[in-house]
Design a protein around this ligand. Structure first.
Ligand SMILES: Cc1ncc(COP(=O)(O)O)c(C=O)c1O
Length: 362
């Protein structure tokens, strides 16, 4: 029998989350961000699940868009990093993709394409995150100089650095700086806007514009430092595996590499078939919770490449083959991320290709 390590993808949760986030902003169009294999959930899976509610999708790079086209996904695709090379402008045109252009070199590549064979573009502005985008003060010139590259599909976009943090005034500062520049220039005022990611859509109502780009929230990750968002997002992934072995470990004996956990009482230790090669973080601390037989049990000892060890001393009738939830419906991915010193995004995207994704429809 093959290993029971699986990522169950809950189609109902994905749909529910997308619809909830979209309903928060009924004046906006909402598109699902399905880059990085839909944050580890399977880009084609998620595109199929959301095909009737997300009228377009966003990915990071052209390769991701082409893979979706190869799988028969036909909705327009917004490529958030735009073209990495001149030839990607032609590819984008052929594949009905919209390139988010963030620098002048990209616009020059586009200008060199024959008119009539240019893809639609968005323009990305740097409103303070200082990662990608035209500086705000350059936008008026860019829009004037490259007016022939713009179309009625062109949107002016920006991205927030800290939109999940409702106490951080920087999101409002980014919004204000952006709005101030747009207000000054007629040609900018004509462009529709795309500002919000899922944390911004949830926490900052004034960021909801023509297009919201929804990632983490669609997958049920934590979009706000505030508990009271009015949203009830559901985990889209359950990562689970099964117990391969159970042993009694006497008091005083260590478990696993480096013996970082030592039994303080006679203990029953179960070995579970998942490790860091599957994407379960090696940095998870002793005590990171898992769920067995409806009860929480602590991780003990180091995470190995293919296995972890958990303390099931206090759980009755545990047997080989029992399923163990690493995160999902009962163990929040956010709690595990905190135990590993990282964020929900990283855990989702790191589930490795060795773990089969099983899409569960209700
Ligand atoms: C430019 C851009 N827009 C939207 C998103 C989606 O953000 P989130 O997953 O926080 O909703 C991302 C994700 O990193 C992004 O880079």
């Amino acid at each position: 029998m093959s290993r029971q390590t699986q990522a169950i993808i809950h189609a109902d949760a994905v749909l529910h989350n997308f619809k909830q986030l979209a309903a928060m902003a009924p004046q906006s169009g909402s598109m699902a961000v399905i880059k990085a294999d839909a944050y580890g959930h399977g880009a084609v899976n998620i595109a199929r699940i959301l095909q009737h509610v997300s009228s377009r999708f966003a990915v990071a790079i052209m390769e991701e868009a082409v893979a979706l086209r190869d799988a028969g996904i036909t909705a327009p695709i917004v490529v958030l990093e735009g073209a990495h090379q001149a030839k990607e402008c032609q590819m984008a045109f052929q594949h009905n993709c919209i390139l988010v252009m963030h620098c002048e070199a990209q616009l020059k590549w586009l200008n060199a394409c024959p008119a009539g064979k240019r893809p639609h573009i968005w323009l990305k502005a740097d409103s303070g995150m200082h990662r990608l985008g035209f500086p705000l003060n350059e936008l008026p010139r860019i829009v004037k100089e490259y007016a022939s590259l713009l179309s009625d599909e062109t949107v002016l976009a920006t991205h927030f650095a800290s939109a999940d943090d409702t106490n951080n005034p920087f999101t409002q500062a980014q919004l204000s700086a952006f709005e101030a520049v747009v207000a000054q220039v007629d040609s900018l005022q004509k462009l529709p806007l795309s500002l919000a990611n899922s944390p911004a859509a949830a926490n900052w109502p004034t960021s909801r514009a023509k297009w919201n780009r929804l990632g983490l929230g669609v997958y049920g990750g934590r979009v706000s430092t505030q508990s009271d968002t009015g949203l009830s997002l559901m985990p889209a992934m359950t990562l689970r595996s099964s117990i391969l072995a159970i042993r009694d470990v006497p008091k005083g004996e260590g478990v696993g590499y480096g013996q970082t956990w030592v039994a303080s009482r006679p203990s029953k230790i179960a070995t579970v078939g998942i490790g860091y090669a599957d994407g379960y973080p090696r940095h998870c601390a002793n005590g990171t919770p898992v769920m067995v037989r409806g009860k929480r049990a602590p991780l003990v000892g180091r995470v190995s490449m293919d296995m972890i060890t958990i303390d099931v001393t206090d759980i009755a009738d545990v047997s080989m083959g029992d399923m163990v939830e690493l995160w999902g419906e009962h163990i929040s991915i956010h709690e595990v991320a905190q135990c590993a010193g990282t964020i929900d995004y990283e855990l989702m995207t790191r589930v490795s290709q060795r773990v089969p994704r099983i899409v569960k429809y209700l």
